[in-house]
Design a protein around this ligand. Structure first.
Ligand code: ATP
Ligand code: MG
Length: 377
């Protein structure tokens, strides 16, 4: 906050207007620490760049420059309005505007359309503060028009309802119901970004019930799977846990949601935690084979009580690399050349060590290997 106010001051000293805007103002009024702080200004991006020594052009075509100061990044965006999102990915065009009020007007919800000046006075042309007190998500202006401009806003309303534990205003909700099919035009990356946020916040069940009630599940890719019972879902700090929960409850596989273009890392986490959740019983090999994170998610899905840290700590080795012998040892002991046989032996060694049948000690492994190897030869 301090750094953002410094940025505001520097811009003002440079002869421009500047305000803290958007989610940070909302979070401040709610007594929450904002995740990231955005500043709006009438300075053009090039003018912003001349006022600060370290900046990054994160979205200069859209008017945004990232200012680096005191070890943090503050996004500084020139007052603008957005054009239509015809590919629903990015606005086709942005138009720079003259006044703060015009900039606030293009924002999605009243609670996100406030600004704060350097004396910490709030500029609130759409009564966002009142809606914060009433705990309401309400579109700025005419909701039908706002959702036509950018259909993603319907999903954002649902996301904020859970993130903040707010209701959606009845007129805004009616408009979402009426236009729900418009969500089909939104790029899947933008949908996933909001759905991920729904899954990591405290009130996922609230968002999910709005998602169903508003009719959005009818038009989202794989939308029917979201209509599950989320009441026992406890968010882990990572979205993959929500996706895995959904597949687990719906008896589905990762392929059924792949349309959302997950990263390989996310895919693996979802697949593996599902797999662990579906095991009848967890044995020592389970604790070895799955990562702590995969097991934590799996335990959350099934509600089983498992001391994962203790299970991991009790393992003779944590990974292959801790085995006291390697391929070179095996070649030396057998007199055989490199080949696929080495991997097979290492895997056998790994299984024996993890299960406690073989001690992880080089001499003992050597005896075991010499015996087994010649026994099999
Ligand atoms: P958080 O960062 O806590 O998720 P936020 O309010 O900062 O919430 P962002 O998605 O980071 O949400 O957007 C920052 C601000 O930009 C919003 O507060 C809102 O004013 C505006 N905004 C973002 N996306 C849209 C949109 N699709 N339509 C209109 N305004 C938007
Ligand atoms: Mg934000």
């Amino acid at each position: 906050m301090k750094t953002a106010l410094k940025v505001v001051q520097t811009l003002e000293k440079g002869g421009f207007e500047a305000y803290i805007v958007g989610g940070a103002v909302r979070d401040l009024l709610l007594g929450k620490t904002p995740q990231d702080i955005d500043v709006a200004t009438n300075a053009a991006p090039q003018e912003v760049k001349t006022l600060f020594s370290r900046t990054i052009d994160t979205g200069i075509d859209h008017g945004t420059v990232l200012v680096l100061l005191d070890g943090v990044g503050i996004e500084v965006t020139t007052y603008r309005t957005e054009g239509m999102y015809s590919d629903s990915r990015r606005p086709d065009s942005v138009e720079f505007v003259q006044s703060l009020e015009e900039d606030l007007k293009r924002r999605d919800f009243t609670i996100n359309a406030m600004a704060l000046d350097k004396e910490r006075h709030i500029i609130d042309p759409f009564e966002g503060k009142k809606d914060i007190e009433k705990r309401l998500i309400r579109a700025v202006g005419n909701p039908d028009e706002r959702f036509q401009e950018d259909a993603l806003r319907m999903l954002r309303a649902v996301r904020f309802s859970g993130q903040l534990d707010f209701k959606i205003d009845s007129i805004t909700l009616a408009s979402i119901r009426k236009q729900a099919q418009g969500i089909q035009s939104v790029a899947v990356e933008r949908l996933k970004n909001e759905l991920d946020k729904i899954m990591v916040q405290g009130h996922t069940a609230r968002s999910m019930s709005y998602l169903k009630e508003s009719g959005l599940t009818k038009y989202l890719p794989a939308g029917e799977y979201f209509e599950t019972d989320w009441s026992s879902y406890e968010p882990v700090d990572i979205a993959a846990s929500g996706w895995a929960y959904m597949l687990y409850r719906q008896n589905r596989e990762f392929k059924d949601i792949r349309v959302y273009k997950f990263s390989n890392e996310e895919r693996k986490l979802i697949e593996q935690s599902l797999k662990a959740a579906r095991l009848e019983q967890w044995d020592i090999w389970t604790y070895y084979h799955f990562s702590g994170q995969q097991l934590a998610i799996a335990a959350a899905l099934t509600g089983v009580e498992a001391d994962i840290a203790a299970g991991k700590a009790a393992l003779p080795i944590q990974s292959k690399s801790e085995i006291a012998a390697n391929g070179i040892d095996l070649m030396e002991w057998s007199g055989k050349k490199q080949g696929p046989w080495i991997r097979q032996w290492i895997e056998q060694m790994e299984r024996s060590i993890v299960s406690g049948k073989l001690k992880n000690d080089k001499e003992i492994i050597k005896d075991w290997f010499t015996n087994e190897y010649h026994g099999n030869a």
